[in-house]
Structure formats: C-alpha cells, structure tokens
Design a protein around this ligand. Structure first.
Ligand code: SF4
Length: 236
C-alpha cells in the first residue's frame, strides 16, 4: 500500500512497545517524535531535539508493532522531543485511535495553538512544567518560551482532558521559590495532579549539571498539601 504523505513526513525517533511509567495507571507503548525548539540543560533525550536526516523508524514499523500488541496495552503515548513540533502528529493520533487505542501526549507546550487543536483527540496529557513564567528562559534557553508554555498550560487545565503537570527539580535551574510559584500558579488554573521529579545526571549532556539533585523535603511537603494528588518520583 502506498504511504500517505503524513506517513512519509512523520519523524519517529524511538519506540518503546511497553511502558508502565509513561502514562500513570496505564500500560502504554510510547512513540518518540523528533524535534524540539527548546534546549533545556537537563534534557534526557537530546538526540531527539533535531529533525535533521531521515527518520530512524518508519511509521509502518510502529503500526505493525501496535497491531501485534492489541489486548496487551491500553494506549499509546506520543512523546519526544516535543511531539507537537511534528506537523504529522494529528494524523498519527487519528490512526492510533482507529487501531483502537487511547492516546496520551507528553508536551512542554511550545506550540499552544497546535495543542489546542489536538486536545479533543486526547485521553490524557502529561505537561512538563519547567518553572514560573518569568524564569522559563533560564531552563529552556529560549526567549518567550514561558508565555507559550503557560498558554498551553491554561488550555490543558480548562480542556476537561485528564492531565498531570510534572516538574523536574534542579536547584541550579529552578530555585525552590520558583518551583513553588509555578506550582501555585498551576493550582490556580485548577490542576489537581502534580508530580515532582528528581533530576538524574545520568544521560544528561550538560557538564554543568553533572550531579543528581535532591528535592528539599520542605518543598515536597508543601506541594503534598497544595495538590489533591501529589507524586514524588524519579526523573522520567
Ligand atoms: S522541552 Fe523536553 S525535549 Fe525539549 S529540550 Fe526541553 S527537556 Fe528536551
């Protein structure tokens, strides 16, 4: 069968056929799409930031694996990179739904308008909240990223789609006070499920962040009271 144009364009950089950690409470396959406009110092998938060169994995391969796993997994999570950077994502989501799977999305919210258009097709969103809006550039290295991320945060929080906001803590990038301000702002939007993730130096390319970071117990205590559902976990 000839490949549809979107199947030729989509840039799949990785595929995990079975994950218990990428969609809380669900068994999921994870499709990693290439491309991200941001350059976070703690990025654990830096090889997925670029879209240069041919896609390492063909969509047909992903689809064949998903068909084989029917009955064994609940859903499919699109992750990255920043999956909304890939303009073929809407078609890929529709195809995955046709195969009978629920669909989740990991996003940092770099493209709020694209995200808004996708939300009606999604069953769950894991939103990577970096810090409070004024400090975003410190983490992402990109001016204006805070405004875009928070525009996405608002859209997710008001969408009615199940979601989790999660933040990776590293004191060199996110001071406890900034983490607290961001968490309060998320709670004001109505976010109920918040996860605080430990930074993991392994796999991080930035030499300036070569040590694991410890989450201050007082920060975890405050967030545990602030959110109806609070999770403390290792970095994703
Ligand atoms: S937004 Fe995510 S994928 Fe992009 S650089 Fe930051 S951590 Fe990496």
């Amino acid at each position: 069968m000839p490949r549809a144009p979107w199947q030729q364009r989509i840039q799949v950089g990785g595929f995990n056929p079975f994950s218990t950690i990428d969609w809380p409470g669900k068994l999921a396959a994870v499709v990693f799409l290439r491309g991200c406009p941001w350059r976070c110092g703690y990025c654990h998938n830096p090889e997925l930031q670029t879209r240069l060169g041919p896609a390492p994995i063909a969509w047909e391969e992903v689809e064949a694996q998903l068909i084989r796993r029917r009955g064994f997994i609940d859903g499919v999570v699109f992750s990255g990179g920043e999956p909304t950077a890939d303009r073929a994502l809407p078609e890929a989501i529709s195809r995955v739904r046709e195969l009978g799977y629920a669909v989740g999305l990991h996003t940092g919210g770099a493209y709020p308008e694209r995200l808004e258009a996708l939300l009606p097709q999604l069953d769950w969103v894991g939103f990577d909240l970096k810090t409070d809006p004024a400090r975003y550039e410190t983490v992402t290295g990109v001016a204006g990223s805070g405004g875009r991320a928070w525009a996405s945060a608002q859209r997710i929080a008001s969408s009615g789609v199940a979601h989790e906001f999660r933040m990776t803590f590293h004191p060199q990038l996110v001071a406890p006070a900034a983490a607290l301000r961001a968490a309060h702002a998320a709670r004001t939007l109505g976010v109920e499920h918040f996860a605080l993730q430990t930074f993991r130096a392994r796999e991080c390319i930035s030499p300036a962040l070569s040590r694991d970071a410890r989450i201050p117990p007082s920060l975890a205590d405050v967030l545990g009271v602030l959110f109806p559902r609070f999770t403390l976990r290792g970095a994703c």
